[in-house]
Design a protein around this ligand. Structure first.
Ligand code: PLP
Length: 517
């Protein structure tokens, strides 16, 4: 088909294609509309009459009339039939490239948004790259997904959908599925000494959602909040997203140093702690410190967030009961997650709040996520009620204890002098210590080139952390992979060349040095 000869339309290079199945009138409409929006046809430019255009394009006049009428109806063209048609006087924004261009103007974020976007975490970029690939030695924070009873879970999910499809498809309470809240209250009461009723339990999309909700409801812009240092970036992210400032409080062999917290931020409105298994160091908070933080909270009105993310996994002795169970002043908010005990993609966790906060949290959740997905909540309630949860925890505890022992033995055998470890009592990872003066970030990058995934302790610290160390996850790694992984780590730490090929490349070679705040 010949392109139009009229200067205005020739300039925009309108070509029609009958083979696409798109009606010709729509093709004309789109070509003119795009040219106006792209600034190729300026306001006031006169277009050929519908008759002339039809003749030029070799189409019927009805076709061009239809295109013009639609453009007029939508406000792109002005004028009446027979009186000439011109491009309307529109202020069309200058077109910008939508391509991601690092050199282009930065998006304008809010102060909180910019703070949040500035938080770096060690595994950024690798999590996406890892989708669909088996976990590699020694990814941190991952449970043994291949040991999860997926067939059983699928059956329970299908049964739930069959039995109660319609009632589960509608909007539900922001607090979550009632039978699951009851099951959680009973479980944490028995296993963790948490003192609560089901009304205080809100089911949310993982511990992260709980932390964000807590921060948004309890922190004002400019408030200070204690965070463990080194500590969990998820807690820092939640605090920053509320416009508040995370204040690093050092962690020693007894957990968070409460006196240091008092000195650094006496008026902090929130304190974040992981008392049963400090992330990332693995320390258990001593009873003295627990009582001290509760006393400070009672005296100043600070709320304490107790993140009990992996307390199911204790291999030696009995765990200390929760901090929440010791609190008599209603200052502790208890956060739990099914990410480690079942699987992270489930995105179910919970927050247990003092009575006086229940209503605020319900409303907060209504405007944050409405509620967590209900089919999964109902399936989880069945999984717990029918005894599968307790059985799974028992099996995983035995498996992880074996893996922890294999890892410690292999490190002592292969890495003597390069990495010092103590046998972990709890959790899914351990912290090993490098000789003083070692750059642990450089060590982690070298390990990554040898196909081993470890995290530098310093990446989790806000202030310079004097002790270089590496975090190694063992729960998701088979014993054979643990032994092979430790050999590769030994080669990396002693300066050997990588064995090729490495099992999985971290995108862009190695994790970027994270910027933390
Ligand atoms: C300290 C800590 N809290 C909580 C979580 C679990 O978060 P979520 O339930 O959002 O998956 C993790 C996981 O890595 C963690 O390390």
């Amino acid at each position: 088909m010949t392109p139009p000869r009229s200067p205005a339309l020739a300039a925009i290079g309108m070509t029609l294609d009958r083979s696409t199945g798109v009606p010709v009138s729509r093709q004309i409409y789109r070509a003119i509309r795009e040219a106006i929006l792209a600034g190729q046809l300026s306001p006031g430019v006169r277009l050929p009459s519908s008759r002339a255009l039809a003749a030029e394009l070799g189409v019927s006049r009805t076709t061009t009339l239809y295109a013009y009428e639609r453009l007029r109806d939508e406000g792109y063209l002005e004028g009446r039939v027979g009186a000439g048609t011109t491009v309307a006087l529109l202020r069309v924004p200058r077109p910008v490239s939508t391509a991601r261009d690092a050199s282009g103007p930065q998006p304008r974020l809010s102060a909180q948004g910019a703070g949040l976007a500035g938080i770096r975490w060690w595994t950024r970029g690798t999590a996406e790259a890892a989708v669909g690939t088996p976990p590699r030695a020694f990814s941190v924070g991952q449970p043994a997904l291949d040991a999860f009873p997926t067939d059983l879970w699928t059956r329970l999910l299908a049964r739930r959908l069959r039995r109660s499809a319609h009632s589960l498809l509608n909007y539900q309470s922001p607090a979550g599925y009632r039978p699951l809240r009851e099951a959680i209250a009973a479980y944490v009461g028995m296993a963790r000494g948490v003192r609560c009723g089901p009304d205080q339990v809100l089911v949310v999309s993982g511990a992260q959602a709980a932390l964000s909700l807590v921060a948004r409801l309890l922190l004002d812009h400019g408030d200070e909040a204690w965070v463990e240092d080194p500590g969990y970036y998820g807690a820092r992210g939640a605090i920053v997203s509320a416009g508040a400032t995370p204040v690093p409080v050092p962690v020693d062999h007894e957990g968070l140093d409460v006196d240091a917290g008092r000195r650094r931020a006496p008026n902090a409105r929130l304190g974040y702690v992981t008392p049963s298994h400090q992330f990332p160091l693995g320390v258990v908070m001593s009873l003295t410190r627990r009582l001290a933080v509760l006393e400070h909270a009672r005296d100043t009105g600070m709320y304490v967030v107790e993140d009990d993310y992996d307390s199911e996994y204790r291999y030696v002795g009995d765990p200390l009961p929760s901090l929440q169970g010791l609190d008599r002043a209603g200052r502790v908010i208890y956060v739990g997650s099914f990410s480690k005990v079942l699987f992270p993609a489930l995105r179910i966790g919970f927050v247990i709040v003092p009575d006086q906060l229940v209503d605020a949290f319900l409303t907060g959740q209504r405007f944050a996520a409405v509620h967590a997905p209900v089919l999964e909540q109902a399936t989880l309630a069945d999984f717990i009620a029918e005894g599968h949860f307790a059985r799974h925890v028992r099996r995983m505890r035995t498996l992880y204890a074996q893996r922890a022992a294999t890892l410690t033995e292999a490190i002592r055998r292969e890495l003597g002098g390069l990495l010092t470890v103590t046998s972990p009592d709890a959790g899914l990872h351990l912290a090993g210590w490098l000789p003083p003066g070692t750059d642990d970030t450089a060590a982690a990058i070298r390990a990554s080139r040898h196909g081993v995934e470890v995290q530098p302790v310093s990446a989790h610290a806000l202030e310079p952390y004097g002790r270089p160390g590496l975090l190694l996850g063992y729960a998701a790694t088979t014993e054979a992979e643990i032994v092979a992984g430790v050999r590769r780590l030994a080669a990396a730490l002693s300066g050997g060349r990588p064995a090729s090929p490495t099992p999985r490349r971290v995108r862009s070679g190695a994790p970027a040095r994270p910027r933390t705040r």
